[in-house]
Design a binder for this molecule. Structure first.
Ligand code: FRU
Length: 324
């Protein structure tokens, strides 16, 4: 009887180390904690595709009611996700896609739009000549592919803008140093990095060579918190970042709708936007407010728990005293 039993939702997270992933996990936990009937388990794959496969197998074999997954790469998990889908287990993909249409719902921002937003932003600055160093994420995930495609689609029609270099995050230090150290090669005056951490790393390399002021840095994610995108824009390290919401709370909302037999759209596309000096502070203030509310809620929940514990010890004592 599902009314008494809880629905079990499993989430397989592909990467664990960065704040953006932690924010996604946290959003899921908070959203899931609002519903009595939901039990959420989060599995960490730590960038290991074999571990992530074992998560999906485990969820299939152990009666999970919904599988949420942020797949590390588009191909290796296809057969398992299709197996889950064929068995009638709803699968929600979050942030990254797979090479198959056999899933229930996708939630995330449109990464082609992320690339287009970055390119349109650079184009709107109307500079005479813009040479971009593009720093891509190192894996072959759908955000990497689409952030590249969307960006180039716009840049191809902008005569003043060229992508002078396109490198991968894993080669960042040696390649960027090499380009900056050699005076015979074409310099660049913009960096388009596939996330804010990479953009920050690139800025540090430029700073170590004393050239950070002649380069403008654009990242992706726009996360709240120390050394994350919004703060990097506020303190002038990044010129802009493209907001890429994690979708953690939406994924749980979608899972819940599926469990309650409501129809859900297959594609649940979250909004992205440019954050620069004009709106960084507003964004930060909004997040401050949300976080304060969340802290209040957690404090209240803690107090209620304490009261319940006190009440239950008191009633036990009372029963003892009354000999019941
Ligand atoms: C975090 C991250 C984000 C990026 C997303 C793409 O692990 O690299 O910075 O937006 O994954 O999947």
């Amino acid at each position: 009887n599902k009314k008494e039993e809880k629905y079990i939702i499993g989430f397989s997270q592909c990467i664990s180390k960065d704040d953006w992933r932690k924010a996604m996990d946290y959003e899921m936990k908070v959203e899931a904690s609002l519903y009595e009937e939901i039990d959420l388990t989060i599995f960490q794959a730590n960038e290991d595709i074999e571990i992530q496969k074992s998560h999906v197998e485990y969820m299939i074999n152990n009666g999970f009611d919904v599988i949420i997954i942020s797949p590390l790469r588009p191909e290796p998990l296809v057969y398992l996700i299709e197996r889950a889908h064929d068995k009638g287990i709803p699968v929600i993909l979050i942030d990254r896609k797979i090479n198959s249409e056999k899933f229930t719902a996708y939630v995330g921002a449109n990464n082609l739009d992320v690339g287009r937003n970055a390119a349109n932003y650079i184009a709107s600055l109307n500079e005479k000549q813009i040479n971009v160093l593009e720093i891509k994420g190192s894996d072959n995930s759908s955000p990497v592919i689409e952030r590249h495609l969307g960006f180039h689609k716009i840049i191809n029609n902008e005569p003043n803008i060229s992508v002078a270099y396109s490198i991968k995050d894993e080669d960042l230090e040696p390649r960027m140093s090499q380009i900056l150290d050699s005076i015979s090669v074409k310099p660049f005056n913009y960096v388009y990095a596939f996330n804010d951490n990479i953009a920050h790393d690139a800025w540090k390399i430029a700073k170590s060579k004393g050239v950070e002021k002649s380069i403008k840095f654009i990242g992706v994610d726009g996360l709240y918190g120390t050394n994350n995108g919004i703060q990097l824009v506020e303190n002038g390290i990044l010129l802009a970042t493209i907001l890429y919401p994690t979708g953690g709370d939406e994924a749980i909302k979608i899972a819940r709708k599926i469990l309650h037999n409501e129809n859900v759209p297959k594609n649940n596309i979250l909004n992205t936007t440019v954050i620069d000096y004009r709106n960084a502070e507003i964004m930060k203030n909004q997040y401050d407010k949300i976080n304060n509310h969340q802290n209040d809620i957690e404090n209240q929940q803690e107090k209620i728990k304490q009261q319940q514990e006190t009440y239950s010890t008191q009633s036990k004592t009372l029963k003892l005293v009354l000999g019941l």
